[in-house]
Design a protein around this ligand. Structure first.
Ligand code: ZN
Ligand code: ZN
Length: 246
């Protein structure tokens, strides 16, 4: 196969793995406690997150919980309503980092995620994780693939993360009474995260699809882990923050 096409396919595959871990581990598990993973699964997810994104979970969780505490009002770290659509879509990583590096934000919103021994040795060293990820690509496919697939992955991951925060608070359906939106096409590309209006309506729900035509591709994976006794889900039905608008 053409090496450019291979690099794009590999890059996008890595992005999908990173997006899946972001939604089931960082978002649904650590941020909202909607699902809890077996410790071995959690360590594997932490490791894969580390080598594909370098994200420090307690920072991501703190920024995200602050977003829920101040959704689309002053204090929201990345609201397109306050900052404009394009700034959040294309500058999401800047706004994320600006908030993530504030010690007071992490101290206030991620009290439950104190650094442990694994963080000290491995996971707090973001560049080491990314270096391992790129080295694996190099060993598998050489330096051209390693560089090209890493660039594709970085652009796709940052683009989709930006879209959840920008598109997901600007365009789409609002079945429930909040400013976030549902977009099926975005949900299909982000393992359900595009159902963002549903999520803001019931943040502790482990399954983000509430109706027949909504698709949350992360849910079958969570369900499988539950059946294998490797995960537990907190609620059997979504608990809505307010009455759903009918
Ligand atoms: Zn949101
Ligand atoms: Zn959330």
């Amino acid at each position: 196969m053409n090496s450019a096409i291979t690099s794009v396919i590999v890059g996008l595959a890595i992005t999908q793995v990173a997006i899946l871990i972001t939604t089931i581990y960082l978002h649904r598990s650590l941020s909202h406690k909607a699902v809890t993973f077996d410790r071995r699964v959690a360590v594997l997810l932490r490791f894969l997150l580390w080598i594909t994104t370098g994200i420090k979970p307690r920072q991501w969780v703190a920024v995200h919980r602050k977003h829920h505490a101040f959704t689309d009002i002053p204090g929201d770290p990345h609201s397109p309503v306050l900052l404009g659509f394009y700034k959040v879509q294309f500058g999401n990583v800047y706004y994320y980092r600006r908030e993530a590096l504030r010690n007071e934000t992490v101290a206030k919103y991620a009290k439950d995620l104190q650094p442990d021994r694994l963080d000290e040795i491995l996971f707090d060293h973001s560049l080491v994780g990314l270096g391992i990820g790129i080295s694996v690509l190099f060993l598998v496919g050489g330096w051209k693939l390693a560089i090209a697939a890493s660039i594709v992955h970085a652009v796709a991951y940052l683009g989709l993360s930006g879209a959840i925060n920008a598109v997901g608070h600007s365009f789409g359906k609002r079945p429930y009474d909040n400013l976030a939106t549902n977009n099926l096409w975005l949900a299909l590309m982000t393992f359900g995260e595009g159902l963002h209006n549903n999520h803001h309506a019931a943040p502790t729900a482990a399954k983000l699809s509430f109706k027949n035509k909504e698709i949350d591709l992360a849910w079958p994976i969570i369900s499988l882990l539950v059946r294998l006794h490797l995960a537990t889900v907190r609620l059997s039905a979504p608990k809505f923050k307010r009455q759903p608008a009918q």
